[in-house]
Design a protein around this ligand. Structure first.
Ligand SMILES: Cc1cc2nc3c(=O)[nH]c(=O)nc-3n(C[C@H](O)[C@H](O)[C@H](O)COP(=O)(O)OP(=O)(O)OC[C@H]3O[C@@H](n4cnc5c(N)ncnc54)[C@H](O)[C@@H]3O)c2cc1C
Length: 442
């Protein structure tokens, strides 16, 4: 029907990254074919063969060329190469300002979308930039049981999609793209995306969350997507019947380990300390699974190497254990025991790094890890950074609570604080305009 190249996406059920890939092509108005590999062994084998042995969905192909999974597709989108492959790239002469907006929001997680709902209702016409994880972290979980108003629970993607719809109803515009820089030396702010698009904005809300951490150990780069994952809900089902290792000791590790018992022969948790940091609720659920024989806990244990191949996946890992905890700090200690451990899949659940690179050079204050510092305290203005007009909300500020409902609360505050700022700005501009003709008459 059109000259567009043939786009094919292998998907599976309950796969948030598959939805992200489809959303990306939908936003570009590109047609695509999808092949669901869940329960279809022939399709699964076909996908693995075409994707050079990768066993993770989605896998995207453009005119038979392997693009890869969500990370690869979104990385190509960042550089503009995806648009080139799709034949929809701009000619490149127009590197100047695309458009001025009153308010730009970085991120479509719970904080960004709540801010968008409030800002839309205040007629601030927000432009919301999706970033490399459209919908944010909650799209990675199948079951949100603690978000108020849903006594039966709700899936993360459903909650996010409802919020997107609500934001659009109030006039928010959502756009695929990643903010590369914010120039705060000029007003309005100059906001540049990684694909070269440039906007100006009177105010910016940073709701860019925090990304999953990795360990930087040997084998990690080669095996990511080939048996190593940071998202149990996305990839767990691919390793049905295998022994699986979850690395971490917080809420995410406990939740992922519990979820993986659906598929795994046995789930092992390796945690570098004696005590878990997770909420009691999650620790209790894990202990129930331990009693049922589905989870085994390895305390004071760390992974130092992953072994396997892209063809065969993860084969085994090297672990170190020392009963004093933090064994990698005690490698020379004779009490540190190093051993090989067979597992078919490994899931990292070891925390997050705040996404704040694009704010470097703006003067916005951050802590040592890069989390934004906002005013906090009593009364209004709690989301203000020390750069007037730039506000922070959600996990990118709040490293302590990191919950959907707290991110939503902070998103609403950021939109209200930004609205007050924009009104002050408008009042100041109109009083300058009124004063100018009078001066000319003198
Ligand atoms: C597996 C898992 C399960 C969870 N389960 C629960 C639960 O049951 N209940 C609960 O309350 N919480 C849960 N959480 C925590 C919850 O998901 C987070 O607290 C919440 O999503 C934080 O929202 P946020 O909007 O601050 O950030 P995020 O959800 O991280 O969203 C950040 C957004 O910013 C975008 N972004 C990043 N960089 C840029 C950039 N440069 N330019 C533009 N955009 C950018 C990203 O693409 C993304 O859209 C869970 C988290 C995980 C990982």
């Amino acid at each position: 029907m059109s000259d567009q190249p043939r786009v094919e996406i292998y998907t599976k059920e309950d796969c948030p990254y598959c939805e992200k890939a489809k959303d990306l092509f939908d936003a570009k108005e590109i047609e695509y074919e999808t092949y669901n590999v869940t329960g279809d062994d022939d399709r699964f084998e076909e996908m693995v063969e075409r994707a050079n042995g990768r066993k993770t969905a989605p896998e995207v192909f453009i005119d038979d060329e392997l693009i890869g999974g969500w990370d690869d597709t979104s990385a190509l989108d960042e550089t503009g190469e995806l648009d080139e492959k799709l034949g929809i790239a701009d000619d490149g002469d127009d590197d100047d300002v695309v458009e001025h907006r009153k308010l730009i929001i970085a991120g479509t997680g719970i904080a960004g979308l709540t801010a968008a709902i409030y800002a839309g209702r205040s007629n601030n016409d927000p432009l919301v930039i999706e970033g490399d994880e459209p919908g944010g972290q909650l799209t990675l979980t199948t079951d949100v049981a603690n978000y108020p108003g849903f006594p039966e629970g709700i899936s993360g993607p459903d909650l996010v999609n409802n919020m997107k719809e609500q934001a659009r109803q109030f006039g928010a515009e959502l756009k695929n793209g990643i903010i590369d820089t914010v120039d705060a030396d000029q007003r309005p702010f100059r906001v540049e995306l990684t694909n070269g698009d440039v906007y100006t904005a009177d105010a910016v809300i940073a709701a860019s969350g925090a990304s999953a951490r990795t360990l930087g150990i040997p084998g990690e780069d080669e095996l990511m997507g080939y048996g190593l994952s940071t998202c149990a809900t996305c990839d767990g089902a691919f390793f049905r019947g295998e022994d699986m290792l979850v690395v971490g000791g917080g809420d995410a590790a406990m939740e992922e380990a519990t979820f993986l018992t659906k598929f795994a022969d046995t789930v092992y948790i390796a945690h570098r300390r004696e005590e878990f940091r997770a909420e009691d609720y999650w620790v209790d659920r894990v202990h129930e699974k331990v009693e049922e024989g589905e989870i085994e806990i390895m305390k004071n244990t760390e992974v130092i190497e992953l072994h396997g191949s892209q063809e065969e996946g993860v084969d085994h890992v090297t672990l170190v254990e020392n009963e004093q905890g933090h064994p990698t700090d005690r490698l020379d200690d004779p009490e540190t025991n190093e051993f090989e451990f067979d597992v078919g899949a490994v899931f990292f659940a070891i925390g997050h790094t705040p996404n704040t690179d694009y704010l470097e050079g703006t003067g916005v204050e951050m802590d040592d890890e890069g989390y934004l510092r906002t005013q906090g305290g009593d009364g209004g203005g709690q989301t203000e950074t020390d750069v007037p007009g730039i506000f922070g909300a959600g996990d990118v500020v709040d490293y302590h609570y990191q919950q959907a409902v707290t991110a939503a609360g902070m998103g609403s505050k950021a939109a209200l604080d930004a609205d007050e700022y924009l009104e002050d700005l408008e009042r100041a501009d109109s009083s300058v305009e009124e004063a100018e003709p009078a001066a000319a008459d003198d």
